[in-house]
Design a protein. Structure first.
Lengths: 120, 285
């Protein structure tokens, strides 16, 4: 089974979703990511979903869950590059993701992560 | 269903000129032609053409079924006629009376023609009446359809006209909303704004609601949705142009706009946006 790669950049982890997400892949990503955060004691996670153009409620919840679980393990999560159609779908599904940090692109997301980690 | 007999058709053909004269007089009487929008020559041409088409149609085809092929030319003529009437701004009654005022001259003609045969007269009267009714209904239907097309086109244009996304500064977009916010418009507005955010990489979007006449719970919900979608994309939204009455309405309705930055006017919103982007504005010298 294919997996989503998790790259390490200093004290941050970089996750780029480049394929169509299905439920099994999402669950595997959650497991892998929590495992990696605990192993590397990362301070932040950057989740790039700019290539994701179809979401359902399950994937939407996965994004929320990833953000929540990394926060518990003391790592900030920033979701970057959400497509307009995805944003509209999530809002229509009622998934407003109150606690999740967002940014327009990877560069801005990285800046936001650094800012958040420094102020802690 | 009764059909026009050959005798009737021949009679119409023979008496074309008096029929047309009497029809024109009738139209004049009903006020259908007494208008500057259509010239007499045009009117005459239309009546002559219509009568010709009716004769052709009823001599080749079944008078009872207008949908058949033989009547296609007549249908096309009527569609053209009622469309042009709709564009000139006539009402439906006017358009229909163009056809219905042919009834009387035709009935008079039939009465003369069938003076010796009451049974045939009744049958032919019925046939003519039915044919003209069907033609009239077709005209009205087309008239309404063309009017609806005009309305639909205008609605579409309004929808596109009223959602311009403007760039106020590098990284600052503004969306001046004009008119009532319904679900369909919110959708269009949201899509165009989000698309522009992606294209320009703007971090701040100002939604100006100065031109929105009223804010009720539904409108507030639409605004909330838009703001949430903008936030999910990673940009910030500011709502500006909250007029005093609207502020009062929002408070009276108990609407929860928490988490949304609101400003009284566009200038304040722009000032805030510039400050957040790290710009300082001051007078030179």
């Amino acid at each position: 089974m294919d997996r989503i790669p998790i790259l390490r950049m200093g004290e941050f982890l970089l996750v780029t979703i480049q394929v169509d997400m299905h439920d099994q892949l999402a669950l595997a990503l959650q497991d892998d990511l929590s495992e990696r955060i605990s192993r590397t004691s990362a301070r932040g996670v950057l989740l790039d979903i700019s290539a994701l153009d179809i979401v359902d409620s399950f994937i939407g919840r996965m994004i929320s869950t990833i953000s929540g679980l990394s926060k518990i393990m003391d790592a900030e999560t920033v979701v970057v590059g959400m497509q307009p159609a995805v944003a509209i779908t999530l809002v229509e599904l009622g998934l407003t993701m109150p606690g999740v940090l967002t940014a327009l692109d990877v560069e801005r997301g990285m800046n936001l992560l650094r800012e958040r980690v420094q102020t802690q | 269903m009764s059909e026009l007999s050959q005798r009737t058709i021949d009679a119409i053909r023979r008496n074309e000129a008096p029929l047309l004269a009497s029809w024109s007089a009738n139209l004049e009487h009903s006020g259908a032609s007494r208008d500057m929008r259509i010239s007499h020559a045009e009117f005459d041409a239309q009546t002559r053409e219509f009568l010709r088409l009716v004769v052709v149609g009823s001599s080749t085809g079944d008078a009872a079924s207008l949908a058949s092929n033989e009547w296609s030319e007549t249908r096309a003529f009527l569609e053209k006629l009622s469309r042009s009437r709709a564009q000139l701004g006539f009402d439906s009654q006017h358009t229909a009376s163009f056809i219905f005022s042919l009834k009387r001259p035709l009935f008079e003609l039939l009465q003369k023609e069938y003076a010796d045969n009451a049974e045939a007269l009744a049958a032919q009267l019925w046939a003519v009446s039915e044919l003209l009714d069907a033609l009239g209904m077709h005209t009205i239907r087309t008239f309404q359809k063309s009017r609806e097309e005009v309305i639909a086109r205008q609605q579409e244009e309004l929808l596109e006209l009223s959602t311009p996304v403007v760039k106020l500064w590098d990284g600052v977009l503004a969306l001046p909303m004009i008119g009532t916010l319904d679900s369909q418009r919110t959708q269009v507005v949201m899509e165009s704004l989000l698309q522009r955010i992606v294209e320009t990489g703007s971090e701040i979007a100002i939604i100006d609601i100065t031109g929105v006449p009223t804010v009720d719970t539904l409108v507030a919900q639409h605004l909330l949705k838009t703001v949430t979608a903008i936030r999910l994309m990673g940009a910030d939204a500011i709502i500006s142009g909250v007029r005093p009455q609207i502020a009062q309405t929002i408070v009276h309705l108990g609407l929860d706009l928490q988490g949304i930055v609101t400003k009284a006017n566009l200038a304040d919103a722009l000032a805030l946006a510039l400050k957040r982007s790290g710009y300082a504005v001051g007078k030179a010298g």
